[in-house]
Each structure stands twice: as C-alpha cells, then as structure tokens.
Design a protein around this ligand. Structure first.
Ligand SMILES: [Ca+2]
Length: 470
C-alpha cells in the first residue's frame, strides 16, 4: 500500500486543478470549432442504390411475379443487365467534395433499387474503402425491397380486412427499421448542425426514418433532396424514347408515405425534376461519362488515376447497354441532387427552383388485378397499363410514341404541379394493386428544380462535375 505525503497530495491536487483550468478552455474551443464546422459545411447522409459495375436484376424485381410486355406477354425476372452508373459517380464525387472540405459525408446507406442490396453493398465498399480510402465514414445496408409489394393484390387478414400499410400501427412502421435507418438516426443525433438527406434511390429508408425517428432527431434534418419526379403533362423521353422515373417506379408506396407524412411536414423537400435532370442525357446536350469528358484532377495522383480508371471501366458495359437502346450513352442523374446540396454554389444561379406541389398518380392496374375487366376468353379489356386516355403520362401512348417497354413496370408516377394544388396526395384508384394507401392529405408543397438558369449555369454544372467526378 502506498501512502502519499500531504505535500505530495497537495502537489497532485494543484496540478489537477491547473490541468483542469487550462484543459477546459481547450475542450470548449474544440467543441466550439466542431460546432462551427458542423454548421458551416453542408452535412450529407446519402441513401443510394449504388450499382456501378454490376450485372444484376433490378433490386427487388424478383418480388414481382413477372413483368408484362406491351402485348401482355410475360417477361420473367431473369434479365441480368449492366446496372446504372450514376449513383457510383455521385458517391465518388461526394467523397471527393468531402476531401476538398466542401461537404461532410456523415454516412452512406445503400438501398435496393438499380440492383439488389447485397452486391450494392460491395460497390459502396469498393468506392468508399478502396478507391477513396475512407474507412472512417459509416456504411450500413438499408432496405432490401420496397415499402409494400407493387403489382400484387393487397395482403388481407383471414376475415377479409386489409393489412394496413400506413400509420403508426401499419405494416411499414412495423417492419421498415433496418441497420441503415438506425445509422441515419444516430448520425443525426451526433451531428451538431443541420443535415441534408440525399435520396438517390427509392425513398423507402428516408420515409422510414421520418415515420419512426423521434421528433427531436427529425429537427436536425435540414432538407430532403431527391432525384425524382416529372412535371404534370411532361413526357419522359431520352432521345425520343419514353423512359420511366426509376426511383419512383421501384417504390411508389414510399413516395406516397414521404409526401403524406404528418411527422415530416416541417422538413423541406427539394425535387430534382426530369425536365432538368433529363437534359444532360439528350444527344444535343449530353454529358457523357467518358475519358474525353472526364480527366480527373490535374495533375493526377496515383489514387485519382486508379479511381477514375476503375469508374470508367465499370461504367463501360452500362454505357454500351444504354447506347444500344438510346443511341447515346447515359448522362448524369443523381449528381444533380448532390450539386444541389452544395452551399458554396449559389444554387439560385444554377437551377431554376420553384414552389411546387407534388402528388402520386396511380396508373391503371396490371392485367392480373381482380379489378381488371376480362373478355370471354379471359383476356384483359382493354390492355391495362397502356389503355388509351389513362391517367399516367406516356401510358396509353404505345403506337404513337416509341417506348423501351419499361412502362409495364410503372405502377404510379410522382407528379409536380407548379400551380397551387389542393387535390389529394394520392390520385387514381387506391387500395388495390400497388398497395398505395389512401391518405387524408393533400398534395405536398415542395421545391421543384425544373431547369438550368441558362447556358452559363449548364456550363458551370458541367465544370463542377468534371472537377469532382473521378
Ligand atoms: Ca440512383
């Protein structure tokens, strides 16, 4: 046993007092600095169906029994194709912006969408951990499938009543919390400033966060910025060929849940509309991801060269796939949402963003719906999704406008009205296939970015992409 002399105890005591007095202001300063930084630099949590370099089915597609062609022929879920590159480019760009001190990437949550979730996790790991060496940024898997099945009859109890999807007692809140959603919640709690949620894939995890996190956590959310939506009456075409709004198509129920959420009413939503984001995929205004357009930082480093070369090689099969359908390679999409989150850019000079009202328009039910009228031979009358005069833009246009057939996979659309719209948040026949619940809510007020502010702004957007995409 040791006994300290009283003199020694006095010295220790005085030293501790001295250390305490000097250290405390240091800690206080550090806390203050961190708090300042947390407020100064935009902080992002990225929800992404990152799939660059993958050959896979669309994530969750196997939850559908089959996809119907325009002639109602079955197409089974066995089409393995090169999946989208744009999330991969957005993720690499976000990490480069983080390294440059222009954003803070707090965490990344992959979600089934372009591809299935397990391989998407591998892509995120490849980009974050290997290409960018960011072991420090948390990564966790989000939703493996949509909020509810689409193109299925609604699940029912034995007594014939519906299994409710929405609300505190509904099946979504009961089932949606996963490791990714819990990560988002803890990051919001830890961070000392406002946080932007980037929705680069289906809305499932963000809708779950908003429906389940405590209100004091949700107050940290500055904004949701999503790559989705089309203007009312706007046809989605790329080089004259009709396409679909993929993030909405993958989980229309989650879109409706987010727009209708009472808990999320105070959270601003900014939509990057196809009238803007589709521009740089059209042949005359294309921004192709190729080595002639994207050269990486100058002078290059071994790391930047490795990263850019990998992204270019991984994008190649997808670009060829796209070219075979649309005649050109695909332009950027998800990067619009990322650029919109930058505060060193004056977004009002870059994008034309306006007050708008968003709602979900359900499309005609699929041919196997019990509500679909059949003729004496059991054939649907009329063909369901492409019935003439139906409520979904581009559906029903087969024969006059070429499509790539993907509209058969579209149960609903996310529409944006630039005029005040007090109609319901979900329109069309609710409660049948697609399982989109009916809500006692009207169209959600949002900010809709619908165009560039001009040619100079378009050029500036290109330069931002060229500087940070590698
Ligand atoms: Ca995406």
């Amino acid at each position: 046993m040791l006994y300290f002399t009283s003199r020694y105890r006095q010295l220790v005591f005085l030293s501790l007092v001295y250390i305490g007095l000097t250290a405390f202001p240091v800690f206080a300063d550090r806390n203050h600095d961190r708090e300042q930084q947390d407020h100064r630099i935009p902080a992002l949590i990225i929800s992404t169906d990152v799939a660059i370099g993958l050959n896979d089915t669309h994530g969750g597609e196997s939850l559908n029994p089959a996809v119907r062609s325009e002639t109602n022929a079955f197409s089974l879920d066995r089409d393995v194709t090169p999946q989208d590159l744009d999330d991969g480019l957005a993720l690499a760009m976000a990490l480069n912006l983080d390294a440059a001190g222009l954003v803070q990437v707090l965490g990344v949550v992959p979600i089934a969408g372009n591809a299935s979730l397990p391989p998407e996790m591998m892509v995120a790991r490849k980009i974050m951990r290997e290409l960018k060496g960011r072991e420090d940024i948390p990564l966790a898997p989000g939703a493996a499938g949509p909020a509810s099945q689409t193109y299925h009859p609604i699940p029912k109890w034995f007594d014939g009543t519906d299994v409710t999807v929405a609300g505190e007692m509904g099946s979504f809140v009961a089932s949606c919390r996963n490791e990714g959603v819990r990560l988002m919640e803890s990051l919001l709690l830890q961070h000392r400033g406002p946080v932007t949620l980037l929705a680069l894939g289906p809305f499932t995890d963000i809708a779950c966060l908003i429906e389940t996190a405590p209100p004091y956590v949700l107050r940290r959310v500055k904004e949701v910025i999503a790559l989705a939506s089309q203007l009312e009456g706007e046809s989605l075409t790329i080089n004259g060929l009709v396409v679909n709004d993929f993030n909405v198509r993958r989980d229309p129920t989650a879109v409706a849940l987010l727009l209708a959420s009472e808990r999320g009413r105070q959270i601003p939503i900014r939509l990057m509309v196809f009238s803007l984001s589709g521009q740089t995929s059209q042949k005359d205004t294309l921004i192709p991801f190729d080595s002639a357009t994207f050269k990486g930082p100058q002078p290059p480093t071994p790391e930047s060269t490795h990263s850019l070369q990998w992204l270019l090689a991984a994008a190649e099969p997808r670009n060829e796939f796209w070219r075979a359908i649309f005649g050109t390679v695909e332009g950027p999409f998800d990067q619009y949402a990322l650029v919109a989150s930058l505060e060193n850019q004056d977004n009002s000079k870059l994008f034309d963003c306006r007050d708008a009202w968003a709602y979900v328009q359900q499309c005609p039910q699929p041919v196997w719906s019990p509500n679909t009228e059949l003729d004496a031979n059991g054939q649907p009358v009329p063909p369901a999704y492409n019935a003439p005069g139906n409520s979904c833009m581009d559906h029903g246009s087969v024969g006059s406008t070429p499509t790539n057939g993907s509209l058969v996979g579209v149960p609903a659309q996310l529409l944006v009205s630039l005029d005040q719209d007090t109609g319901p948040v979900v329109r069309g026949v609710t409660g049948v296939d697609g399982n989109i619940p009916d809500f006692d809510a009207s169209a959600r007020q949002v900010m809709a970015c619908i165009d560039f502010q001009g040619d100079e702004a378009r050029q500036e957007f290109l330069e931002i992409l060229q500087t940070y995409t590698w």
